[in-house]
Write a protein that binds this ligand. Structure first.
Ligand code: ADP
Ligand code: MG
Length: 655
């Protein structure tokens, strides 16, 4: 007798569940996607014990006919797909027909549903994949699915579940993000007695972001608006005989595809330790995608440090044919047909928007007053990345105070390691925060500050162009007065940014100024460096380093960019090889080019601990204002701090 058997459905479903149902949040994801596919406008999700004991999702969607309700639990039973061709143009979130049977095989599931086309509804109960009950029931329209005791029959899986708050946070994060993708719908998430999210329909995504996160987070974000780029496809090559026939008939499919990008992403001063705050939706589907991640990283290249991640909420829309969603059972991965196009579109769009908004980091002397509205509880759960963002935003507001107090040196580590002053840290943080009460007791005898002379706070660094330098502190930071308050500018990183953009532009125009060395500089490379050198040699030449192999594992450098002084040359070249070797192996040419330019700029820039005369300071501020990105240096450090008039007035209890 043969040894191969076809597995019973129940086993097959449990195997599928292994891929589809990883944790309670995956169940919520599948059920929520089903509700959205069913055209629901109101979705309520109830959770108990982090989703282990209970997940219930109630929607007002189209519901199911009795026969369909029974069929829905069959493997590969779906109403969303008819044939293989449909697979190429899927517009629903689901299509595999796997979720319901998978979930039902690892839990006790109750389905209550009624379609508008039937007078009564259907109630179906299933436990561990076995149908226990199927009956007619008097129900309202829509669907309620209750999933109890997840993994009760799969102890191995149950062991992998994390603590209740962790599982709940995953669910909250998921629902929060789906609510952002659908501002026109109502979402409610309740865990036990607590309401974690409750949003009513609004007209725009911006309003939804405001509803969910509150006004403060919104200030930290750049809105993309809607940006489009068209991809022109080459006309399909057809045999001449067919071509004549096609010439006569109207071409059905214009060889053009439109891509749209919308959403929000953080300004460079928001820096996260991991990529958990990055949410990418492609045609309304929440996905994880390396290509989009890379595009996002490239957009921030030279704006935030390579180890930091932004917050991003990106919505990419394109023709269904441009993206293959059938890559993974949990449908969280996709494959783009024109990956390079998508990558560059996202990178360029984000970069453009970052430059247009050109924001400045500011610091506030006092803890922020209560914001209105405050972020919703669901966005504040312990492990929710959004709650971390709220926390980070608060920490950021107080980072200067933190840096000034020896008890919290970690707040600005870069700052401390780069400066070797022997003086005590700079005291800028004022005393205790003015409370609302205090400021209302403001004493008139100090003179009123004319209200109309308080400038409307502007976060744009374009105001840098009319800054008046007042002097330097520690021969490292330029203090300047502007239209709205006071600025502190790190002279080294400011100059670094100016040079970086200059070198990058020269490089793009193929006009890098170079100097010939009197004597070629001979460098000995390790075998790895030798490989990296071979890979980037052309790029080095284009950037102004004329090098050539010189015997075994040795290169001769004959000329260098004019900006680089002799003694720095060796260090700079090894630095470039090191980056080429480390994070950048296999990275794009664009990233490599920017890294080379950043190294040149860093070495050539004015140092700290260097006295500058007023003319030089003025020049520096003007040149900085003219850069595309005056807010952070090519390594991602901040360049300028802004102390607005409003903040100054607040600190003196004048408003
Ligand atoms: P898929 O979503 O891939 O089609 P599922 O197993 O998730 O597969 O669902 C099977 C079918 O059950 C769906 O195609 C849909 O017709 C129906 N269905 C599931 N959930 C709902 C719901 N909330 N409202 C209406 N129909 C639903
Ligand atoms: Mg589904």
């Amino acid at each position: 007798m043969g040894r191969i058997r076809v597995l019973p459905d129940q086993v097959a479903n449990q195997i599928a569940a292994g891929e589809v149902v990883e944790r309670p949040a995956s169940v919520v994801k599948e059920l929520l996607e089903n509700s959205l596919d069913a055209g629901a406008t109101e979705v309520r999700i109830e959770i108990e014990n982090g989703g282990r004991r209970l997940i219930r999702i109630v929607d007002d969607g189209c519901g199911m006919l009795r026969d369909d309700a029974l069929l829905a639990f069959e493997r590969h039973a779906t109403s969303k797909l008819r044939n293989v061709k449909d697979l190429l143009s899927i517009s629903t979130l689901g299509f595999r027909g796997e979720a319901l049977p998978s979930v039902a095989s690892v839990s006790r599931l109750l389905l209550e549903t009624r379609s508008a086309d039937e007078a009564t509804g259907t109630r179906i109960e299933i436990a561990g994949g076995k149908m226990l009950r199927c009956e007619e029931a008097a129900l309202g329209g829509g669907t309620v699915i209750t999933v109890r005791d997840l993994f009760y029959n799969v102890p191995a899986r149950r062991k992998f579940l994390r603590t209740e708050p962790t599982e709940l946070a995953h669910i909250a994060s998921l629902v929060t993000h789906y609510s952002l993708a659908h501002p026109d719908k109502s979402f409610r998430l309740v865990s036990g007695p607590n309401e974690l999210l409750s949003v009513t329909p609004v007209a725009s995504m911006k309003e939804r972001v405001y509803q969910v996160f509150g006004s403060q987070i919104l200030d930290e974000l750049v809105e993309i608006g809607v940006r489009e780029r068209d991809l022109f496809l080459p006309p399909p090559s057809v045999p001449p005989s067919q071509a004549i026939a096609e010439y006569r008939s109207e071409p059905e499919d214009p060889p053009m595809r439109r891509f749209r990008l919308g959403g929000f992403f953080s300004r460079p001063q928001v820096q996260k330790a991991n990529r958990n705050s990055i949410y990418i939706f492609v045609n309304g589907r929440l996905i994880r995608d390396r290509l989009v991640m890379h595009a996002l990283g490239s957009a921030y290249h030279n704006l935030i440090p390579p180890s930091a991640y932004p917050f991003a909420l990106l919505f990419l829309e394109c023709d269904a044919e441009e993206v293959d969603v059938n890559v993974h059972p949990s449908k969280t991965e996709v494959r783009f047909r024109h990956g390079n196009f998508v990558h560059d579109f996202i990178r360029d769009t984000l970069r453009e928007r970052l430059m247009e908004s050109r924001p400045a980091p500011s610091f506030s002397p006092a803890p922020m007053p209560a914001r209105s509205p405050v972020a919703q509880a669901g966005a504040q759960l312990p492990y929710s990345e959004f709650s971390q963002m709220v926390a980070d935003a608060d920490a950021g507001a107080e980072s200067l105070a933190a840096a000034a107090s020896p008890a919290a040196p970690a707040a600005m580590p870069e700052f401390r390691t780069r400066l070797d002053f022997s003086f005590p840290p700079i005291e800028v943080a004022p005393g205790p925060a003015p409370s609302g009460k205090l400021s209302s007791r403001r004493l008139d005898m100090h003179g009123e500050f004319p209200a109309d002379s308080i400038p409307v706070p502007e976060s744009s660094l374009s105001q840098l162009s009319d800054l008046r330098p007042l002097g330097q502190i520690h021969e490292s930071f330029i203090i300047a007065a502007g239209r709205d308050g006071l600025w502190i500018i790190d002279q080294h990183v400011a100059h670094e940014r100016i040079l970086f953009e200059q070198v990058l532009k020269q490089r793009a125009a193929g006009r890098v100024e170079t100097q010939r060395l009197l004597m070629p500089l001979i460098l000995t490379l390790t075998p790895e460096q030798q490989i990296d050198y071979a890979r980037i040699a052309d790029e080095l030449t284009a950037s102004g380093f004329e090098t050539e192999p010189f015997g075994n594992r040795t290169i001769a450098v004959k000329s260098a960019p004019a900006a680089v002084a002799g003694p720095d040359l060796e260090r700079i070249l090894f630095e470039i090889l090191e980056t080429a070797e480390g994070e950048l192996r296999g990275a794009s040419l664009d990233d490599l080019r920017r890294n080379i330019c950043a190294s040149i700029a860093c070495r050539a820039a004015i140092k700290i601990n260097m006295r500058l005369d007023f003319a030089k300071m003025e020049w520096l501020l003007k040149a900085l204002a003219a850069t595309d990105c005056p807010m952070s240096c090519p390594h991602g450090r901040p360049i300028a701090m802004h102390y607005s008039t409003r903040e100054i007035l607040k600190a003196f209890h004048r408003i």
